[in-house]
Design a protein around this ligand. Structure first.
Ligand code: CAA
Length: 260
């Protein structure tokens, strides 16, 4: 029998599934239970025909202040290596095929920044602060930070953040390409929801193909990536949604996508 989640809250708005990280006393520090619950919630939304897009968000003060330091403070190398501890259950998020938007306000540090980067794009409130401060704890990022951050912001800024542990604000994060948009704090959820609802109205087949194809850019060389994109592009001509989308344009009406 499944029990109600304790470290997140889950709700829907129309066809959008929203997960809110909810460990306020620990600034949403990410422990195993929270990451299991988050993974399960996203997988459930992914499998739900009525859901077209997801949002992961936190509180005004913290998206997430990183992996739970208290929980890992006494671990030894043998503990973490043998048990594959701390981030072993984080990759679930990467297997979600529908889009996941990170709506970030407040601190997104360490694992919090890494979690935001695992989402498909980041919309930030103007009070957001991003960083990889693990160096201050005698460790390095352990959930993809040294790999995804340089892909997002380039080597120089990624090195700066990982080596000095400093935070960057939302303006710097947008300028660097880490976040797609910055909005006032009180508009964050409206903006994320607006983007999610737009995505929900498109053909889910095209949306999933676009996500898969953009992600391929980070996994392959240019020729392989372009070939992958071309094959996905060709494949979409087998869908009824392509016929509907193009017919609607020609007939100057709104398309009625059926996800087939
Ligand atoms: N883990 C566990 N608890 C945390 C936490 C974390 N990552 N971040 C904050 N908290 C807790 C604090 O211990 C504090 O608890 P108490 O009230 O019981 O003392 C509570 O949240 C509030 O925090 P602060 O009092 O420190 O709040 P602040 O506003 O003064 O500072 C902050 C906010 C700058 C985010 C500061 O809390 C901080 O530096 N946190 C740690 C950030 C960090 O180092 N993250 C990386 C973790 S390692 C990691 O993530 C590894 C990886 O790559 C997977």
């Amino acid at each position: 029998m499944s029990t109600a989640p304790e470290c997140i809250t889950v709700r829907t708005e129309g066809r959008v599934g929203i997960v809110t990280l909810n460990r306020p006393k620990q600034l949403n520090a990410l422990n195993n239970q929270l990451m299991d619950e988050l993974g399960a919630a996203l997988k459930a939304f992914d499998a739900d025909e009525n859901i077209g897009c997801m949002i992961v968000t936190g509180s005004e003060k913290a998206f997430a202040a990183g992996a739970d330091i208290g929980a890992m403070a006494t671990y030894t190398f043998a503990d973490v290596y043998k048990g594959d501890y701390i981030t072993r259950n984080w990759e679930t998020i990467r297997s979600v095929r529908k889009p996941v938007i990170a709506a970030v306000s407040g601190f997104a540090l360490g694992g919090g920044c890494e979690l935001a980067m695992m989402c498909d794009f980041i919309i930030a409130a103007d009070n957001a602060k991003f960083g990889q401060p693990e160096i201050k704890l005698g460790i390095i990022p352990g959930a993809g930070g040294t790999q995804r951050l340089p892909r997002a912001v380039g080597k120089s800024k990624a090195m700066d953040l990982a080596l000095t542990g400093r935070m960057m604000d939302a303006t710097e994060a947008e300028r660097a390409g880490l976040v797609s948009r910055v909005v006032p704090l009180d508009k964050l959820m409206d903006e994320a929801l607006g983007a999610a609802l737009i995505i929900c109205d498109f053909s889910q087949l095209a949306v999933m193909a676009a996500k898969e194809s953009v992600n391929r850019a980070f996994e392959s060389g240019l020729s392989d990536g372009v070939m992958f994109e071309r094959r996905m592009f060709h494949a979409l001509f087998a869908t009824q949604d392509q016929k509907e989308g193009m017919a609607a344009f020609v007939e100057k009406r709104k398309p009625d996508f059926r996800n087939v």
